[in-house]
Structures are given as structure tokens and as C-alpha cells.
Design a protein. Structure first.
Lengths: 416, 416
């Protein structure tokens, strides 16, 4: 049976039981900077009833203060609300945990719920004290404006240097019931002084066993959001959170329920894969999405290592910016990737885009090709680099972007 | 006793028994490109008598063809000559080993020595056939022009995108005899299609046990040339070769000879540390040298990991280009480094240059500092980032450079 998973409107409010709102709270102004009243900087996600929740976090040893509070509040696997701000990451501050807790207190009070049902999140500048005053005034207003049309307002509130809002929702059927997954996220962004940070919030109404939910989230993130690199730096505040209201009315999905699991897994994968590609494409300064597709590796580690090495090579990223079919750099990256089973003589490398496909390397040497055609292929906005190792049956992929003048400008010139 | 190690002139011909020459052979023109007759592209190093030799090679799994021939010719631990070209790396070509062997044959014949005493090396574009014709004409001319004043000519012949020639020689006394070490190298360079490649050639007249020579070379390279990163890519053709004529007349240095070993080790370290710093400072597009100095780590691995993470962070490299005291990115890089023993609350971060030193982070939070003074410090051409982990007694350092518009231009715009 083919899966039927369709895009729908509504973002994180498409699943039953969720409302959201976003607002300009004036956080930057309270930090002494120039405010931009047209841009939301604070968002709220609220569930009518307590949700099962699961999350995965950054692997960076330096962690934002909100993550410590989030972990504590998610210890029971449940929550009802998310309060999230941009502009200030509340990281590397001595009073960080205190401030994150205050964000939750204000939210819990305004919503009349338990403080441990509130998840805090922040993104923006590291190492500047988070002013709490803007939250005092704004949170009651956020609660008043909660609406099923509010997904956009939160999606905007978490944007930093993102040039595009990142939001999606899908609909599908499980156990004869109409089900939904919605999600918003932010990609690598810069706030003075420029810290790339990723936050992803997912809502659903599918009835899933809570332990199973955590496992599925981890697996799907591993093949979607963890396949993205904009510049190789893992941020301090990364978090992906999923909440389910269970209101779709389906029989609980658990590990014994393979068919339903497959549908839910696929729907979540479609949602997070979409966001992963959007993040890479909207990487700081990027002009194009670079996909590396590694085929026929002996092991999945080899396939992953090759993909990661190719999309994180600065030399290759520059070549892609210049639409230069510089396959020597692809070979160099493969050789540096830590790949275990590899023979230059059996490796094939090609590039493709909407304008066609071109083999560049085979039998241990370069293939003669038309430079003109190669440039035409590489001038497109989505480039696929295919590496066929011819060593086995494992494959993987990764999403990245080119390295451009604007990346240097955004991250180097900001204060000069 | 203080070591007395003094800089002298003569480069790789400062040690007794060596001559060198460099020439414009016209390799680029023979490949169909525009020649630049004012730039040497082929060099020769020649020893009057057979030398003990040792080498270390790239860890990249894709290796340049010359490396296979070099390893074969160095199997007996001896050699007399090095023939080296720029413009073309002779890598990823089906006939690569054949061409590298031909380079040796031509050189051996012109010098009337054994082919296995010749070491070939190439740097430049990957994946284009190396034309052998220019070598046929040029090698006899190279032999005719061999001179003790020829170090410069070879140093120029191996330059690619290097903006400065890299050459050094030192003099010191061992066992009452005047001894020398000379060296030349090339840093990360670009030849169409732009492959960063590092080659280092060291000559000496110190009498050293050949097995011991290999061990010392490996150890010194590990704390000098292996502490450099320009853009995180290890090239396919990297090689560091040391040859000794043993003509200084000292008693053979071996493992039982601690004092003499110490002098030789220190002299070699001074030579390679100088080249390491020169390479980083002259990295593609770089405007400044960035040194990361990690102190008081619990383990040497921790210290190395922190240094490497800091100098390879694109975000931080951009901030350094913008002279921005963006310590959040330093913390972020430390957190991503894989450091095992780390506590944010005990970590201190400061930056310094000729214009002074400034503490930026302490006790888990930012220290108030003057932005004006910080910018003054960071506008210098050599910046030291000091990370004090306060966990133990190990320390390390690494050399890098900033990430600039010119890096993107050199590597992305070259053919557009």
C-alpha cells in the first residue's frame, strides 16, 4: 500500500489541540540595541491538554541555560507549553538558569498551568544577560492572542538571520483516523555577536506510546536534521522537541504496531527532511543547496563519513559557489573522510541538477567532460554530488550549502 | 646550558654537501595554459654524497602518484636528489606512477646516479595528465645550474598561491662541530583547480642514526607542521622529507646521546615551527595569524582537541577577520572540540597581541571589557587566543588564520 501523506496549512496548529502566538516583546531594545518592532521576538505554543513530549539536544559541551530547565521539566515526559525567544540565547550567563526559570514562571502563571509543564527556549547572542522585563509585559499579551492561526507568528519569532520562515504541516490516516504533524524551525542564524543556532518544534495529534515517541524522534532526527551542516559548528542551544496531544483518536502506536509505526515514521521523516533541506538552502550567505549522495559503501559509517566530509569541505563549498566542477576537491574530501573501504580505482563521482547529470571521475582518473555543460549544471540552486564507492550496499546523504562572500560578511563584518 | 641556535643564510644549501637549482620548465604551457616565464616551476636538490633520509606523508587516503614512488625509493632509507614541480600534482591520473618514475629516470640519468636515489614530488592541479616533455628539456639544464646559492630558486619553484617564499637555515654546535639545518616549504596554495598542498624539504649535515632520524622527524612534525590548519583539508600530496649528508663530522647522534639529541631536536623544532607559522600566516586569503594556546588541560588530547577546534571554526575565523572579540564562538568551539575534562565555570578565555592582553570569559560568564581596546588588540597581524581549562597540567597550541573574502575569491571565483 502506498502511503498517502499530504501537505496541509496551519503549521504547528494543524494537529488537533494546539494554539500559538507570537509578538514583538522588545528584547533587543531592553538589551540596549535598536529594536525592530516589525519583527516578532517572542513566541508561545500551547496545548489544550497535557501532551506526551520527547526531545533531543545539542551535543555541544557548552549548553544554553534553557536546556537545563527543559531537561528538568521534561523528566516526566509531559508538557503543555513552549515559551521561546530570539535575540538572546541566554547562554554562558551566571544567572541563565534563573532567567529561564522566570520565563517559565511567567508563562505558567498567565496560562494557569503547572510551571513544570512549560518548556523554555532561547536563540541569539551568547553571553549577554537576558532582560526579563520584556517578558513580564509580553507573556500575558501572548496568552490573550493564542489562536489556531498562530503558527506563523511563532515561526517568525524564532527567526534570526534566516531569510525564510520555516514551517510545514502534513495530514495522513492511521487506524482510520485523520492525523497531523506540524513543525517550525530556524536555521543557522546570526545575532550580534553571531551564533548559529537551530531550534525545531514539532506538534502532532497522533496517539503514540511516549517511550516509543522518544525512540522514533531520535531515529528520524538522525536521518534528517542531523544530516545538515552549514559551517560545521554545533550550536550551544540546539533542541528538537515533539509534543503530541493524542487527540487524533487512533489506537496507541507502539513497537508491536508495525504498519502504523511505518506511517507515522514516514510522515515525521517527510516533515523533518523538508526542514533539513530548507535550513541548508537558507544557510548563512548560501546561494545553493548541496546534497551529497554516497552509494554502495561497505558500511553505513563509511557512507556517512563520506557525505559529511564532502559537504563540510571549505574548498569544495567555495568551488560550488563558483560553479566549478572541481572534482579533485571531492576526491580530496573523500580521502580525508575516514572512509575505511575505499579504492580510488573503483570510485565514481558525478554531479547533477535540474540541467542534467555528468560523470566526472571513474577508473582512477578524470573523465573528459564539457566545461560549459558542467557550469550549466552547477549554476542551478540545488546540486547533487553522487559518490559511488562500489564497495557494498550501504548508502547515505547529507545536506549542505556553498561558502560565499556573504558568509564572511555576515560573520566577520557585522560589527566593523 | 642555554642552547645557541642562530639563523644563517643559504636555506637548504646551508648544510654542507648540498646544491640546488630551480628553473621555468613551462609545465603550465605544456598543459595548454598561459605560461608565466618569470616563475620557476621545477626544482632540484642534490647531495654530493648519498644521504640518510626520512619522511612523513599525508594521511589522506587519496595519495598523489609521486608519494608511491617516493616510498619505494626511500625503502632503503637513503637518497641523493629531489626533483619537484609545481603547477600539476600528478594525482588521480591513471598514468601517475609512470610519470613520476619518468621524472626520476630523467634526473638519475642527468646526474649519473641510481634512479632509486631520486625522490619525486609534485604540487598543483589534481586530475590532469602531467606532460613529461618540459622535464626532458629542463632537467639537464637544472643539473648544469646546480649551485650552493640555489635554495631560493627551488623555494620559488614549489610556490603555488603562496604570496611569500618560505625558507630558513640555522647553525648550532654539536660535539664541538658546526652543524646546520636548512629547509624550504610551500603552504596551502591553489592551482587550477585549486588544491591546497604542503611540501617541506629539510637538509642537514648532522650525523644522525638513520632510524633515530625518522623518529625525531615524526615527533617534531607532530608539534610543528601538524599544528597548522588553513582550511581543514589535508591534501593528497603532503610530504615532509629530511636528508642528512652527515658531513658536520660530529659523533653519530642516537638515542643514548641525550644532550646532542636535545640540541638537534630543538634546532629542527625551531626550523619547522618557523615554517608552520609562515604557512598559517600565508594561508589562502589570510590577513592574520591566529594562535590558539590551550593551558592546564587534564590530558594532552584535550589540549590538542581544543586548539584544533578553535582554529578551524569558520565562525571564529570570520570573527577574527572582522577583529570582533566574539568569545561566544570560542566557547562554542571548545564545547564542540571533544574535550573530555571541561567545566565552563573554571574556564578562562583571553585574547592578546602586540597591543596587549584582555580577559574575556571567566567564572562561567563574560567579563566586562572595552570593545575599543579589544578591537585594537584584534586588528594586529598575530593574535593569540588563550584558553585556560584549569583541569590539569597539559598544554598545546595550534596555528591558523582568518577566513576572508579573498579565501572565497581564490577558491570559488578562480574560473568564473
Amino acid at each position: 500500500m502506498e502511503l498517502e501523506i499530504n501537505a496541509v496549512k496551519g503549521g504547528i496548529c494543524a494537529p488537533k489541540g494546539f494554539k500559538a502566538s507570537g509578538i514583538h516583546a522588545g528584547i533587543r531594545k531592553a538589551m540596549g540595541g535598536k529594536g525592530r518592532p516589525e519583527k516578532n521576538d517572542l513566541g508561545l505554543i500551547f496545548a489544550e491538554k497535557e501532551c506526551y513530549a520527547a526531545a533531543v539536544y545539542t551535543q555541544n559541551k557548552v549548553k544554553g541555560a534553557p536546556l537545563y530547565v527543559t531537561k528538568k521539566h521534561l523528566a516526566d515526559g509531559k508538557c503543555r507549553a513552549v515559551i521561546v525567544n530570539s535575540i538572546n540565547a541566554n547562554t554562558c550567563n551566571a544567572d541563565g538558569v534563573e532567567k529561564a526559570t522566570q520565563m517559565c514562571e511567567l508563562t505558567a502563571k498567565a496560562l494557569n498551568i503547572d510551571i513544570e509543564d512549560v518548556i523554555p527556549a532561547s536563540t541569539g547572542v551568547i553571553g549577554q544577560i537576558l532582560p526579563i522585563e520584556p517578558f513580564m509585559d509580553a507573556i500575558p499579551r501572548l496568552v490573550k492572542t493564542l489562536a489556531v492561526t498562530g503558527s506563523n507568528a511563532v515561526a517568525q519569532a524564532i527567526m534570526t538571520t534566516d531569510t525564510k520562515m520555516k514551517e510545514i504541516a502534513v495530514e495522513f490516516v492511521i487506524d482510520g483516523k485523520k492525523c497531523h504533524i506540524g513543525a517550525i524551525n530556524k536555521g543557522s542564524g546570526m545575532i550580534h555577536p553571531n551564533m548559529a543556532t537551530t531550534l525545531t518544534f514539532i506538534t502532532t495529534d497522533v496517539n503514540v506510546n511516549p517511550d516509543f515517541l522518544q525512540n522514533i524522534l531520535r531515529e528520524v532526527v538522525d536521518i534528517t536534521l542531523n544530516r545538515v551542516s552549514v559551517d560545521g559548528d554545533t550550536s550551544t542551544n540546539d533542541m528538537t522537541l515533539i509534543m503530541t496531544s493524542c487527540l487524533a483518536g487512533n489506537k496507541e502506536i507502539n513497537i508491536e504496531n508495525l504498519e502504523d509505526t511505518r506511517i507515522f515514521f514516514s510522515a515525521l521523516q517527510i516533515v523533518l527532511d523538508y526542514l533539513a533541506r530548507q535550513m541548508a538552502r537558507d544557510g548563512e550567505g548560501a546561494t545553493k543547496l548541496i546534497v551529497c549522495d554516497c552509494q554502495n559503501a561497505k558500511t553505513i559509517e563509511d557512507a556517512n563519513n563520506v557525505c559529511n566530509a564532502v559537504i563540510t569541505s571549505n574548498l569544495l563549498k567555495c568551488a560550488m559557489f563558483g560553479s566549478d566542477a572541481n572534482w579533485g576537491r571531492i576526491l580530496c574530501a573523500i580521502g580525508n573522510s575516514g572512509v575505511e573501504y575505499f579504492d580510488e580505482k573503483h570510485t565514481e563521482v558525478s554531479v547533477s541538477s535540474q540541467k542534467g547529470e555528468m560523470l566526472l571521475f571513474k577508473d582512477g582518473g578524470g573523465v573528459e567532460f564539457s566545461e560549459e555543460k558542467a557550469t550549466e549544471i552547477l549554476k542551478e540552486e540545488e546540486i547533487i554530488i553522487t559518490v559511488n564507492l562500489n564497495q557494498g550496499e550501504c548508502s547515505s546523504y547529507a545536506y549542505g550549502c556553498d561558502l560565499t562572500y556573504d558568509y564572511v560578511k555576515i560573520n566577520g563584518d557585522y560589527r566593523s
